[in-house]
Design a protein around this ligand. Sequence first.
Ligand SMILES: [Zn+2]
Length: 154
Amino acid sequence: MNSDQFAWPIPGYVYISSYYGKRKSPTQGASSFHSGIDIPAPAGTPLYAIESGEITFCSWGAGGGYTIVLNLDDYPYISASYCHMSPNFNVSLHQKVERNYLIGFVGPKNVYGITNNPYKDSDGNPTNGATTGTHLHFSIKVNGKTIDPLNYYH
Ligand SMILES: [Zn+2]
C-alpha cells in the first residue's frame, strides 16, 4: 500500500479481511458498522507510526483490546487508532514519535488478567477486545469522525 500522505501502519501486510463500513457483526461485541479496516497478521508483527505525532491513548480500549491512538502533528484534526495490539507497547502516553517509529506489535488473540473483560472466544477464553483472530484494526478519525482509511492509500 502506498500513500501520498501517510506511511502504511503494517508493512508487508496488505490483505484486508474486513473493509470500512456496514457489515455483519463477526463476533459478539463487534460493531455492525465497521469503523476501520482489518489487516490479518501474526502476533508480534511490528506496527509503525503513519506520520509524526503524539501518543494520546495507550492502554486497554475495551472492544478494541489493547489500543494506541496517534494524533498527527501536521494534521491535528486527524488521529489514527491501532487496535488488538500487544500490551507490550513500545511507546508511552504523550510520547512524541516520528513517522515510521515502531510503536508496538500485533497482539495475541487471547489476553488474560483484564478485570471484567466481557470479550470471549467460542471456548470461553478472554480475547483482546472484540476479535476472532490476530489482526490490526486500523482506523482514522478526521475531526473526531471515522472515515475510510483507504481514502489515504492506493
Ligand atoms: Zn476491525
